[in-house]
Design a protein around this ligand. Structure first.
Ligand SMILES: Cc1ncc(COP(=O)(O)O)c(CNc2cccc(C(=O)O)c2)c1O
Length: 447
């Protein structure tokens, strides 16, 4: 869209698009033909040029309740007028306790404690620091090693990119945390292609953890962090039994297990959390995104009583954990989260994905015959269509699909040459048909 059109339609008050350095974006390509969204309601965005765009990605995997939900809007409006900000260090406001109790009630025992952050990246840093400090508090300060996984995504702060395994997110930044190892990813295991839901093959990949334990000795290892489903890397699913096996190995060797549920949390898999879907209870769970349905930035780390209690020793006038953020437990975020949980409860959204999963799965796998499709993966209301890369131009085919899809009024995500979708949990069957039908047209138009 031409720049002067943009200004006219959007009221953009500046010719200077250069000032804004956009995150995870091809800035020069974007600023030649900006893609601006100006409104959102339920399943749709309104683009600056007046089109209704079907949101196939819940924003960035976060708007699980859909957009413009009145109960959430009103809660934030009321809160900002009443208590706009309150310090969370040595002070508090009631909603922070009310929300923590409601969140803890969503999780199985012993995940009974909640630490607030402002993003998934901050939740990850918080959990990693808690893990290191936990072992120190118990007199096992030699446990400093952290283990992640290839292709893992744990946000963009130094802890997260160190345990993470997405090369592009690391290679620009030089040295990272020392003492970090990675297990193999579970993408592309023979026989798992086009699996519907959790794939059968690959539980043995969990034994990578045993090899690292044998190499380093358990006394040096603090924690393992995995996404139950690796979203950003292109929806990589855990083989059957894999997560349970990680739990067993961690228990055997006194290693903390951290589930990074920033994407899988709050109904994405058709269960409240991946904890429920896979019936595995970690020691720490990182969340964000769906916590407030993307309305106000917020993250939360769920900690087991074992972890929390290890800090609650010594004179009670002393701070137990020297960590936290200016905006931890922000009143607006707490208000948005409480209203979001109300919407989830009233519309049973934390389990609706389970009811829609079958329809979603069959729609997605109907794309198998489209050009360049080399794999399709799905679980709950997450879906991925992996494309054959263009020789010598990796990512280009999927990015072209993204641009064409937007022109055809649907929003999808791409990572590498994989198209990823994670619609709001309110999506209807006819909207699934529209999303997948339009994607089919896009795929057929690709060179
Ligand atoms: C598992 C996981 N952990 C941490 C983060 C970081 O969260 P923040 O961004 O709030 O700091 C994430 C975020 N994941 C994320 C964020 C934006 C885009 C995409 C994509 O794959 O399209 C994925 C994530 O998916």
């Amino acid at each position: 869209m031409a720049r002067d059109e943009i200004e006219q339609i959007t009221g953009l008050t500046t010719n200077n698009l250069d000032a804004y350095w956009m995150p995870f974006t091809a800035n020069r390509q974007f600023k030649k033909d900006p893609r601006l969204l100006v409104k959102a309601k339920d399943m749709h965005y309104t683009s600056a040029d007046g089109r209704q765009i079907l949101d196939g990605t819940a924003g960035l995997w976060c708007c699980n309740a859909g957009h413009g939900r009145q109960k959430i809007v009103e809660a934030v409006q009321k809160q900002v007028a009443e208590l706009d900000y309150a310090p969370a260090f040595q002070m508090a406001h009631p909603k922070s306790f009310e929300l923590a109790a409601r969140l803890a009630a969503l999780m199985p025992d012993p995940l009974n404690h909640v630490f607030y952050t402002n993003s998934g990246s901050e939740s990850v840093e918080t959990a990693l620091k808690m893990a290191l400090a936990y072992h120190k508090a118990r007199g096992e300060g030699s446990r400093t090693r952290l283990i992640g996984r290839e292709r893992g995504y744990h946000g963009v702060n130094f802890g997260g990119i160190s345990v993470g395994g997405m090369v592009a997110n690391r290679k620009q930044f030089g040295a990272m945390l020392a003492g970090v190892d990675h297990m193999r990813h579970t993408h592309g295991i023979a026989g798992n292609e086009f699996s519907k839901g959790v794939p059968k093959n690959g539980i043995e990949y969990a034994e990578d953890l045993m090899r690292l334990i044998q190499l380093h000795d358990p006394s040096t290892i603090a924690a393992v962090i995995v996404e139950p489903v690796a979203g950003s890397a292109g929806v990589i699913l855990p083989p059957e039994g894999y997560l349970k096996r990680l739990r067993e190995i961690c228990d055997e060797h006194g290693i903390l297990l951290i589930f990074d549920e920033v994407i899988t949390g709050f109904g994405r898999l058709g269960t409240p959390f991946g904890v429920d879907y896979f019936d595995v209870i970690p020691d720490l769970v990182t969340t964000a995104k769906g916590l407030t349905s993307g309305v106000v930035p917020m993250g939360a780390v769920f900690a087991s009583s074992k972890v929390y209690d290890a800090f609650m020793t010594g004179p009670d006038h002393l701070i137990e954990l020297f960590h936290g953020y200016t905006y931890s437990a922000h009143p607006l975020a707490c208000a948005a989260a409480l209203a979001t949980l109300d919407v989830y409860a009233e519309e049973e959204l934390l389990t609706r994905g389970a009811k829609m999963a079958e329809y979603w799965q069959e729609a997605l796998h109907s794309l198998r015959d489209c050009p360049h499709v080399i794999d399709i993966r799905n679980i709950g209301l997450i879906g991925a269509v992996e494309l054959e890369p263009i020789a010598g131009e990796p990512t280009k085919r999927a990015f072209t699909a993204f641009l064409k899809a937007y022109e055809k009024n649907i929003l999808i995500r791409t990572t590498g040459d994989t198209i990823a979708m994670s619609p709001p949990l309110i999506i209807s069957e006819s909207e699934i048909d529209t999303l997948v039908g339009t994607l089919r047209d896009v795929l057929k138009s690709l060179d």
